[in-house]
Design a binder for this molecule. Structure first.
Ligand SMILES: [Zn+2]
Length: 492
């Protein structure tokens, strides 16, 4: 008989230092699909739900999928938004059952107004409805802050193994395969957790080389040998003042066996020893401007990443310090993504194509990364902000930055967007008529995800510190709720 599977996706990476609350409107703006809207949006895409539908076809599952939603990383998820989305999952669990298993696509770093551990709370409530026995497989972001509650209430946790994250599809397939075997009774997945007293580690999850790459290699080997069903190495998300922030390793094994905990502890010993290894090198603004000046006509672009104003890490996306320096330097031939500023876009729409004066950015918190900039220029393109992301991270999924325009100031083409979002797909430029490969300098707001799409077109990549929200700062003033002692707040 066909197995009945409850599937849902509810993702948010919460930057608790952000002053922008994440409400229901934030989820609806970015990505919010109910019931029958979900196959229309995701069938045939290389996304978590795309994989879920394929698995359902392969294993002949009857899927119930009440909700798929994600919001751009930002501040605390409001109580109302969390309860409303959780309720959709819980109601489906109680009213559309019985189910043989559950497959959830979560982030793992959600913090709500009421709960430091959003995913742990969701899973706790779900167990309250479905009971302790049903297999529940959860896919997670590699930047999850994994907690004991998540481990206790999920049968298996399967985290991304790539950063930039280009394997949501593969991990969802892996999770679906594990769920199928568990529903058949062939395995009884149980998960254990190891952590260490540190806020950061594993080179913030960079998988190209270094400690994260080493542990993933070991994890691949152990999974292939059958020593464990799944091993997930999570770097954690450091922009969260919560008790359980930090890196973790979970091992999912068949049944209870002390050797699973031993593997997890050995992995975390290595993560602890290498906690200060970093390949992140943030340059000051004048240095990247000087590098940009060296570009010659016909060069491939210098790609400058504004690490600290990354909307993918909760950055406001409206910091202006880098843009101001570029304008002051009268840099030629620059494509800039982006300034998030719905009001400036509206003013631009009113003005229409042609020359005008706009006041851009610096509105969410003018004290971080530069205040508003008033510039004279020309509006050259206006779009609805919709495009399909075909890049390595995009999976062929539709995206929507809301009404968007290109504002040309001197030699700088500035993209203005209505819905905030990190630059990680060339479509964010090309949908506005900009071919970034043809510019001498390309500026993006992103820490690392931009590399998947932009490294192939870049002559060089540099990261800049503009003093915006996502600066790597660790102090007892910022981190009040974290467990103590903890590295680097205490001498350990
Ligand atoms: Zn991530």
């Amino acid at each position: 008989m066909a197995k009945r599977v409850l599937a849902a996706r509810f993702m948010h990476e919460t930057n608790t230092f952000s002053r922008v609350p994440t409400d229901m409107a934030a989820f609806r703006r970015r990505d919010f699909h109910r019931d029958n809207e979900i196959p229309t949006a995701y069938r045939g895409t290389r996304s978590a739900f795309g994989a879920t539908f394929e698995a359902a076809d392969t294993y002949d599952w009857q899927l119930v999928h009440p909700i798929s939603t994600a919001a751009t990383p930002s501040g605390l998820v409001t109580r109302d938004a969390f309860d409303a989305v959780a309720e959709l999952v819980l109601r489906a669990a109680s009213e559309q059952g019985p189910f043989d298993g559950v497959l959830l696509h979560l982030h793992g770093a959600m913090v709500t107004e009421a709960h430091e551990d959003g995913e742990g709370e969701l899973l706790t409530r779900l167990r309250g409805v479905i009971g302790p026995k049903l297999p529940v497989v959860v896919t997670l972001d590699l930047h999850a802050n994994v907690t004991q509650a998540m481990v206790d209430h999920a049968s298996a946790l399967i985290a991304f193994r790539t950063y930039p994250h280009i394997d949501a599809y593969e991990r969802a397939l892996q999770g679906a395969d594990l769920l199928e075997r568990a529903m058949q009774g062939a395995i009884r997945p149980k998960t254990v957790l190891a952590r260490r007293p540190t806020i950061y580690g594993l080179n913030h999850g960079r998988t190209q080389d270094g400690p994260m790459a080493e542990l993933l290699k070991r994890a691949d080997a152990l999974e292939a040998s059958g020593a464990a069903l799944a091993i997930s190495v999570c770097a954690g998300f450091t922009r969260a003042d919560i008790r359980d922030v930090g890196p973790s390793v979970t091992v999912t094994g068949d049944g209870n066996d002390p050797r699973f905990q031993k593997i997890a502890e050995e992995f975390m010993d290595y993560a602890w020893e290498t906690r200060n290894v970093t390949t992140i090198k943030l340059l000051p603004i004048p240095e990247v401007i000087a590098l940009a000046r060296q570009g010659k006509p016909g060069d491939k672009p210098l790609v400058i990443s504004d690490y600290t104003d990354n909307p993918g890490g909760g950055g406001y996306g409206d910091a202006t310090a880098l843009l101001k320096a570029m304008v002051d330097a009268a840099l030629p031939d620059v494509a800039f993504h982006a300034i998030y500023d719905p009001a400036a876009v509206q003013a631009g729409l009113k003005a229409g194509l042609g020359r005008t004066t706009l006041t851009l950015g610096g509105k969410t918190d003018p004290s971080l990364g530069g205040g508003p900039l008033t510039l004279e220029g020309e509006i050259t393109t206006i779009t609805n902000g919709k495009f399909i992301a075909y890049g390595p991270m995009g999976g062929g999924v539709a995206r929507d930055h809301g009404p968007s325009l290109v504002f040309r100031v001197g030699g700088i083409d500035i993209v203005l967007i209505t819905n905030n979002g990190q630059a990680n797909d060339l479509g964010q430029f090309t949908s506005l008529g900009i071919d970034p490969a043809r510019y001498r300098t390309v500026a993006v707001k992103s820490m690392h995800h931009f590399r998947a799409a932009f490294e192939p077109i870049a002559r060089r990549i540099v990261e800049v510190d503009t003093g915006a929200l996502c600066a790597e700062l660790y102090s007892t003033e910022l981190f009040r709720k974290v467990r103590r002692p903890v590295h680097p707040l205490d001498a350990l």
